[in-house]
Design a protein around this ligand. Structure first.
Ligand SMILES: [Zn+2]
Length: 371
């Protein structure tokens, strides 16, 4: 299908905002022309704001469906998030028995190979567990176990695994990191009771980042700096959930000072984009109420956040718009070495969001297809 189009407005390029025109053809940006414009002007005129489409590396669900359900769940989830400006995402699995993971990944294989109209691009799988610490499950059911290369290869043959969350302190996990990297998997630390030293060693061996910084990991104490300390002292990349429920605004500010490429994920569940009520998260029943999703005991169980709201929350914390945009798009692309996404530049995929000055979405374009 041949598509082409032109978008006008204040366009955020890697060199800053320009007032001008972005042209795209057959899914790719072919030209951006215009004159440089200052960010303060961008936020105070009625001209549309044109940003790179959002990239979310941690998505469990949305629109009432959960990735673990298999079938057409992934397309439905990708379609809900596209309506909130997410043009590409990693379908994220829960800790579960192997057969449940196989069901989910069997459905994800074709969904990753071919993008459905009206859906975000599914870049691959983020395996959140099962190789995590059973003492730091968060909302994950207890099917935690040490990582197995044989199991990973079997799953990767069903659908491309791009990212693996693991707890380095589990028997054998630390030692496995170099081979995982050699196989092309990105590895990140999460759901962990590991020490600061475990974190530093995992980074040294090739782990690239941290899963929802602060949540489900050992906290920072000044004589025992924990996994949070390892992240703040050494990480270049880390996820954070900026829904202002999972981490206090002050904690987000600390992370912004410490981690150069801190980027946003939603960790969104089936309840994202849905009314209050009961939903499934993997094998758990969860309840959406007052903007949060919780287990019956009150434990936060993923979020209802969408990436457009994540951007507004960052700007609400005082970030410049170009900085906030990088944290909902560019850094996630860089982390997975996706150099043709996460930026508006000729040759890149035409993944674009158009917003008004209140940062409400006006239009979403994914690979040149206007929603
Ligand atoms: Zn998650």
């Amino acid at each position: 299908m041949k598509t082409s189009g032109v978008i006008e407005g204040h366009i955020l390029t890697p060199e800053g905002f320009v007032q001008g025109v972005l042209a795209h053809e057959d899914g790719r940006i072919v030209r951006i022309s215009g004159d440089p414009v200052e960010e303060r002007v961008v936020r105070h005129t009625a001209t549309d704001i044109v940003l790179p489409g959002f990239i979310d590396l941690h998505v469990h669900g949305g629109g009432g469906r959960d990735i673990m359900q298999g079938g057409d769940a992934a397309q439905r989830v990708a379609s809900l998030h596209l309506r909130h400006g997410t043009t590409s995402l990693l379908a994220t699995t829960m800790t579960a028995p192997l057969s449940d993971l196989e069901t989910a990944l069997t459905a994800l294989g074709p969904a990753c190979r071919e993008r459905q109209r009206g859906s975000a691009r599914i870049l691959g799988v983020h395996l959140e567990g099962p190789y995590i610490n059973s003492g730091k499950l968060g909302a994950q059911p207890n099917y935690a176990r040490p990582a197995s290369m044989e199991e990973l290869k079997r799953l990767d043959a069903l659908a491309p695994i791009r990212l693996i969350t693991l707890a380095p302190e589990l028997h054998g996990n630390l030692e496995l990191i170099p081979s995982l990297k050699a196989e092309g998997f990105q590895v990140q630390i999460g759901h962990s009771l590991g020490t600061y030293e475990d974190g530093v060693e995992a980074l040294h061996l090739g782990a690239g980042g941290f899963t929802h910084l602060f949540n489900a990991m050992t906290g920072l104490h000044h004589r025992e700096p924990g996994m949070v300390g390892a992240a703040l002292a050494h990480a270049r990349y880390s996820e954070i959930i900026p829904d202002l429920l999972h981490a206090h605004a002050g904690a987000i500010r600390v992370a912004l000072r410490a981690i150069p490429c801190l980027y946003c994920v939603t960790d969104s569940t089936a309840a994202a984009g849905m009314p209050d009520g009961d939903y499934m998260l993997g094998r758990h029943k969860v309840t959406k109420c007052m903007g949060g999703v919780r287990l019956p005991d009150g434990t936060l169980a993923g979020s209802t956040l969408t990436m457009d709201q994540a951007l507004r929350n960052l700007v609400g914390l005082g970030l410049e718009l170009d900085d906030a945009s990088r944290r909902v798009s560019t850094f996630a692309a860089d982390y997975l070495a996706l150099h043709e996404r996460g930026r508006l530049t000729p040759g890149a995929w035409a993944d674009v969001v158009v917003m008004d000055r209140q940062l409400q979405l006006k239009q979403v374009i994914v690979e040149g297809e206007a929603l």
